[in-house]
Ligand binder design. Structure first.
Ligand SMILES: NC(=O)c1ccc[n+]([C@@H]2O[C@H](COP(=O)([O-])OP(=O)(O)OC[C@H]3O[C@@H](n4cnc5c(N)ncnc54)[C@H](OP(=O)(O)O)[C@@H]3O)[C@@H](O)[C@H]2O)c1
Length: 259
């Protein structure tokens, strides 16, 4: 079974940290040239430099806030010619902010989640998928979540965005039928990244308590699943991967070792 991405162009959104960064690393090891995007350009350039040194692949970094339709359109319309034919798009940029009851939610934070996780994913997909359908070749990987399968208290807005990603993933598969496009949703449970620190607005102690007494997934576990999905034989579509740590059985059911 081949895990090579040699000569492919892969675009990963939200590649400055966590799952996006780990995916960039494994894609580069498999030989893909990378378009990496995120808002924190300096951090993104550091990630790119580290990967370049190890793998020697070509990397283009783009400062991009996926919430801005204009930025997304500009970024993808003005790609240098050698980068235009994107083979793999990983719609990874996303976040949760807050864990409040819907009646208490700060509406700016609601907007941030909906604009990033849903609208941003739609803007980027539209900008990249058109070319894929014209070339009759491409693979879109959407970063879903177990939050898109099962609602939990305080998660309603984030849940709604990831249920939307689930629907978009299924819709993309239908809308591209006959165009030789592969569409995959990768839906992890608990992964120890900056995700919880962002969710708890920078409160590191609160973030750490999410993973207390259990062994969560790490970003590399999810990147490994993404690499597997994009390296199946060309006629095989992996529709959805749902993955969790062994000590998690649902969004609310987590086994923790006594302290
Ligand atoms: N960690 C988990 O438990 C978990 C579980 C299931 C699914 N997920 C999903 O996995 C994805 C990656 O999260 P992670 O766990 O790797 O967390 P992370 O380390 O916080 O990474 C989030 C990434 O998204 C980018 N991002 C956020 N807002 C953006 C925006 N407006 N425009 C462009 N990029 C943006 C960030 O880059 P900048 O800040 O530099 O823009 C960062 O690179 C998300 O879609 C998340 O919902 C995570």
């Amino acid at each position: 079974m081949s895990f090579s991405l040699k000569g492919k162009i892969a675009c990963i959104t939200g590649a400055s940290s966590g799952i996006g960064k780990a995916t960039a690393q494994v894609f580069a090891e498999a030989g893909a040239n990378l378009i990496l995007t995120a808002r924190r350009k300096a951090l993104l350039d550091e990630v790119a430099e580290e990967i370049r040194k190890k793998s020697g692949v070509k990397i283009l970094t783009i400062e991009l806030d996926v919430r801005s339709q204009e930025q997304v359109e500009n970024a993808f319309s003005f790609l240098p010619a050698e980068w235009k034919s994107i083979d793999i798009l990983v719609n990874n940029a996303g976040l949760a902010v807050g864990k409040d009851k819907i009646q208490d939610y700060n509406l700016d934070e609601v907007q941030t989640m909906v604009e990033t996780n849903v609208l941003g994913l739609i803007y980027v997909t539209k900008a990249v998928l058109k070319g894929m359908t014209e070339r009759k070749s491409g693979h879109v990987v959407n970063m879903g979540s177990t939050a898109g399968h099962e609602v939990y208290p305080g998660g309603s807005i984030y849940n709604a965005t990831k249920f939307a990603v689930n629907a978009l993933n299924q819709g993309m598969k239908m809308d591209t039928l006959g165009d030789n496009i592969r569409v995959t949703s990768v839906d992890p449970g608990m992964v120890n990244t900056d995700f919880s620190t962002t969710r708890f607005r920078g409160d590191k102690n609160k973030a750490d308590s999410v993973y207390a007494g259990m062994k969560p997934l790490v970003a590399e576990d999810v990147a490994d699943a993404i690499l597997w999905a994009v390296t199946r034989p060309p006629h095989v579509n992996i529709n959805e991967i749902i993955m969790m740590p062994v000590n998690q059985s649902s969004n609310l059911l987590v086994h923790r070792d006594p302290v």
